[in-house]
Design a binder for this molecule. Structure first.
Ligand code: PGA
Length: 251
């Protein structure tokens, strides 16, 4: 049985005071609820990793980065190495979020190398895939997400697959308020899991595949009830403790 996982993607939002209020609200909500029903984490801008470590250590909330470099160290101005994320006790790192693919031209091959760098450092890469509205309307959803995933499967050793999290995030649903229907999301998740099965049948059954794209407390329950949806990658709704907790409670 796969455990559900809910990850908040703060994107480029936050400041020390607001983060503190948000994190303490989430931790208090989880404590009040007794044993967490889902694993929970926040992926934050790199400058706030130290704050997460200070405020979340010993709580049920893990933390991580939103991107990483493929390089270990050196003359790469502005980049963040996997070892730096580890230095602040990160557990997760997003790889290939659609905003990185769109605004920073990240190719699926680069994203795959980032996932490898994360694994080598002991981090859990959250590999994000998803089609645009144009691609969905053109009927190419499966070939697009298959290509995005395949680049990662080409380089990640089969035995390491158990250490990976996948996120299906249709680009047309991100930040738009338009959520994929549970059936659309389930179909994509089932398709992705079938690709994982081709690589490593035993591991595929254990890989958590998260849905992302306008997930809210109101739609989380139905989405997460689907057999191949193992949690959520939450943008906007992760910035309010009550909404984030509402999604975790929907599990
Ligand atoms: P959203 O973002 O929940 O605001 O749609 C999800 C994401 O981009 O990870």
């Amino acid at each position: 049985m796969r455990r559900k996982l809910v990850i908040g993607n703060w994107k480029m939002n936050g400041n020390r005071a607001a983060n503190s209020a948000l994190l303490s609200g989430v931790v208090a909500g989880l404590n009040a609820d007794g044993a967490a029903r889902a694993d929970c984490a926040v992926c934050v801008p790199a400058p706030y990793l130290a704050q997460c470590q200070a405020e979340l250590q010993g709580t049920a909330v893990a933390w991580g980065g939103q991107d990483l470099s493929v390089h270990a160290s050196g003359a790469y101005t502005g980049e963040v190495a996997a070892s730096m994320l580890v230095d602040f006790a990160s557990r997760y790192v997003l790889c290939g979020h659609s905003e990185r693919r769109a605004y920073h031209n990240e190719s699926s091959e680069l994203v795959a190398q980032k996932a490898l760098a994360a694994l080598a450092a002991g981090l859990t890469p959250v590999i994000c895939v998803g089609e645009t509205l144009e691609q969905r309307e053109a009927g190419t959803t499966e070939s697009v997400i298959c290509g995005q995933l395949q680049a990662a499967l080409d380089v990640i050793p089969a035995a390491e697959l158990t250490k990976v999290v996948l996120a299906y995030e249709p680009v047309w649903a991100i930040g738009t308020g338009k959520t994929a229907t549970p059936q659309i999301a389930q179909d994509a998740h089932r398709f992705l899991r079938a690709r994982l099965e081709q690589k490593n049948p035993e591991a595929a059954a254990g890989v958590q595949i998260l849905y992302g794209g306008s997930m809210k407390p109101e739609n989380a329950k139905e989405l997460m009830a689907q057999p191949d949806i193992d949690g959520g990658l939450i943008g906007g709704a992760a910035l309010k403790a009550a909404d984030f907790l509402g999604i975790i409670h929907a599990v």
